[in-house]
Design a protein around this ligand. Structure first.
Ligand SMILES: C[S@@+](CC[C@H](N)C(=O)[O-])C[C@H]1O[C@@H](n2cnc3c(N)ncnc32)[C@H](O)[C@@H]1O
Length: 387
């Protein structure tokens, strides 16, 4: 079936397990995705047709252009400094699409704009530099997460938090256990044991979650560390997190008995976590309630939470459809906002802010039904306008 894949990373994991007895799934996921030179994000282009999955960025450049509209609006409305920071920049296409829009439509804003990128994968940093330096020489600056400090501006990510490693917790015989990765009968398998850290129990208590018997929940402790750190790093600003996931009551419903962590290989989903190590993506749905609660505790307040399609429409994506020159381009933009378009149902946009008073006319406070009405009118005009 698969052409023979180099198994250096698999051997590395097995060696680690033989030394330690077992490792947490979070440790396994971190190695499988990010181990220098060998992890999934560290050695080849993981995105688009040749990779394992598409993100909204691959669907249409209008995704980035619409984000640019949003960030310019937020910056001007709230009087922020002209500074964008993107974390988890992937191929660099999102940054490139955003910068193209700003340069073309708001040249003065572009002149003043600082564009910061924080990326974990050394391999992807090189890919990002190749693309962005060619089109926007000297415009973007790559920094580490630690270097981000006293931030004033708009900070954002698309499909970053779903790529953070997760711990797997299960309730067995009434007790919470963690699922470790062990070698059993010659193969890597899940093995229940005591919780590796009390932070897991604290995380569940924080959202009042009662895990039901034999239910598995995937706990993203890095999400907590990330949002708490961000609250300290932002002096005045807005954080936009776009990803798939739900609020906790929906995400951890007991009918999702097996958690949400899953793999993608060649555009096909599978749950063979220990196959093709380093050659397939591993990802889990994002818990937006925890993002909100841990942020709020440190002064990063929720400003708006909505489905991605609504965020894009409120940010001006209908203008993009109007301006698109071909039917194909229009169709790929529509895929971003139609429920059957693939990015319609599970994807959310969450806006948090620090040091900000939300103005009464903030466009993202507008009721969804008004925006739906606008959409209905827009599409009926488009139909009537066509031949
Ligand atoms: C699923 S990809 C999304 C890429 C891009 N934003 C897009 O939408 O196409 C996740 C990205 O986040 C990066 N990443 C994951 N964890 C990170 C971390 N802790 N710090 C910085 N980047 C990280 C990955 O290397 C990768 O570039």
């Amino acid at each position: 079936m698969d052409k023979a894949l180099d198994n250096t990373l698999e051997k590395y994991v097995e060696q680690l397990i033989s030394e330690k007895g077992q490792i947490t799934f979070a440790e396994f996921m971190d190695i499988a995705l990010y181990k220098e030179g060998l992890g999934y994000y560290q050695k080849q282009n993981p995105f688009g047709q040749q990779g394992s999955f598409y993100t909204s960025v691959n669907a249409s450049e209008s995704f980035g252009r619409t984000l640019a509209r949003s960030f310019i609006y937020i910056t001007k409305l709230l009087g922020l400094e002209q500074r964008f920071c993107e974390m988890g920049a992937g191929s660099g296409m999102l940054a490139n699409d955003i910068l193209n829009f700003v340069k073309e439509r708001e040249p003065e804003f572009y002149e003043e704009l600082d564009y910061l990128i924080i990326e974990k994968s050394g391999y992807l940093i090189e890919r990002q530099k190749e693309l962005i330096e060619k089109n926007h020489p000297g415009k973007a600056k790559w920094i580490t997460f630690e270097e981000l400090d006293n931030f004033n501006g708009v900070f954002y990510s698309n499909e970053l938090v779903d790529a953070f490693p997760v711990h797997r917790v299960i309730r067995m015989d009434g007790e919470l256990k963690e699922l470790y990765v062990s070698k059993i009968d010659g193969a890597l398998r899940f093995n229940p044991g005591e919780l590796s850290t009390t932070e897991l129990k604290d995380f569940l208590d924080n959202i009042n979650l009662k895990v039901t018997e034999t239910q598995i929940v995937d706990i993203n402790l890095d999400l907590k560390r990330f949002i708490e750190a961000m609250a300290d790093k932002i002096n005045k600003g807005v954080m936009v997190t776009i990803d798939y996931g739900f609020e906790a009551p929906m995400l951890y419903q007991s009918y999702r008995r097996d958690g949400t962590v899953t793999c993608y290989y060649n555009h096909t989903q599978n749950n063979d976590f220990f196959d093709r190590i380093g050659y397939q993506d591993i990802t889990a749905f994002v818990d937006f309630t925890s993002l909100s609660l841990y942020g709020s505790k440190k002064g990063l307040e929720p400003m708006a939470f909505m489905p991605q399609w609504l965020y894009l429409v409120q940010s001006g994506i209908l203008e993009e459809i109007n301006e698109a020159e071909t039917d194909l381009a229009k169709a790929s933009i529509k895929a971003l906002i139609m429920p059957d378009g693939g990015f319609g149902t599970n994807f959310q946009a969450f806006i948090q802010g620090k040091g900000i008073d939300i103005p009464a006319d903030f466009r993202y406070s507008r009721p969804a039904k008004d925006t739906l009405q606008d959409m209905a009118e827009f599409f009926s005009e488009q139909e009537n306008g066509g031949e």
